[in-house]
Design a binder for this molecule. Structure first.
Ligand code: ARG
Length: 280
């Protein structure tokens, strides 16, 4: 059995859409059904708890997006980089996330001044090679990528996001445990698409179509052979199953109103680098 990592989640007791910082959010029309959001979140929590420990963070009133713990920061081993949010609306979450990492004895690595970084939402470890894929374009500052590489001691490959609907890397890109990759190419600049193709062999690349991408299928949580996501077309499900994954659909439409789904609602707490020449 592959090692599983405890996962940080934050219950949506104060979740709502009260501002607009991505195209999915519409405070006038996107009214959240809080009871439904709580039930969907609980279903995700219960599902993930089958495979791993869930650590819960106390939500804070006034920070509705705090449920998206992928944006708390990025951890590798005992190191944690706490996010510095781009938008005013989310900046106040950082001290609570910092407190959490301190309470778990992580070594906090302070970001250089004026660098925005939105944590595991924009930084995903490859599962087949010892490298970090880092997004930029909307939230995370490209100038921080080299610093991340030095601080975490790994190679960093920067990917430029060009479609505002896919404003965080984890909305359109998901490295899977067998070294394969689920992604939506059109969310990336041409150079970035080329870089992905150079670094991930064609047999390991699973391209999702626009419908699957808009259903947040790349925003998947992968634990061992389980892949948990909001929705998947029959074709995508089949492609994942062919690779030996079991697909678990878990409806999270209340969170889509804020531009997030399964992966955004989680943060793995004991990340490590893949060894070179891993599976795949
Ligand atoms: N409303 C949140 C935002 O725009 C959603 C964050 C989703 N998180 C993620 N890791 N993609 O910041």
């Amino acid at each position: 059995m592959i090692r599983t990592s405890p996962i940080l989640m934050c219950p949506p007791r104060h979740f709502e859409v009260s501002y607009r910082i991505n195209p999915w959010m519409n405070p006038d029309h996107g009214v959240v059904d809080r009871a439904r959001a709580l039930a969907q979140w609980q279903a995700l929590r219960d599902l993930l708890a089958r495979w791993t420990e869930i650590v819960e963070l106390e939500p804070v009133p006034g920070f509705p997006d705090m449920v998206f713990t992928a944006n708390a920061g990025l951890v590798l081993g005992r190191k944690a980089v706490v996010s510095r949010f781009y938008h005013e609306e989310r900046k106040g979450e950082s001290p609570f996330f910092q407190q959490f990492f301190e309470s778990r004895d992580f070594e906090i690595q302070p970001l250089p001044d004026s660098i925005y970084f939105e944590g595991a939402g924009d930084a995903l470890f490859d599962r087949g090679a010892p490298l970090l894929w880092a997004g930029s374009g909307w939230r995370t500052d490209r100038r921080g990528h080299a610093w991340l590489g030095r601080t975490l001691g790994c190679e960093v490959l920067g990917l430029e996001l060009v479609d505002p609907r896919f404003y965080h890397l984890d909305t359109c890109f998901c490295p899977l445990n067998d070294g394969s990759l689920l992604y939506y190419p059109a969310a990336f600049s041409e150079n970035s698409q080329r870089l992905i193709a150079e670094r991930v062999s064609i047999g390991r690349r699973m391209v999702v179509d626009t419908n699957d991408a808009l259903a947040f299928s790349c925003n998947a949580v992968n634990i061992d052979r389980a892949v948990v996501l909001h929705d998947a077309s029959p074709g995508l499900r089949e492609a994942l199953e062919r690779r030996g994954f079991s697909v678990h659909v878990c409806p999270l439409d209340e969170f889509l109103k804020a531009g997030g789904s399964a992966k955004c609602l989680t943060l793995k707490l004991d990340e490590e680098l893949a060894s070179s020449g891993g599976e795949g």
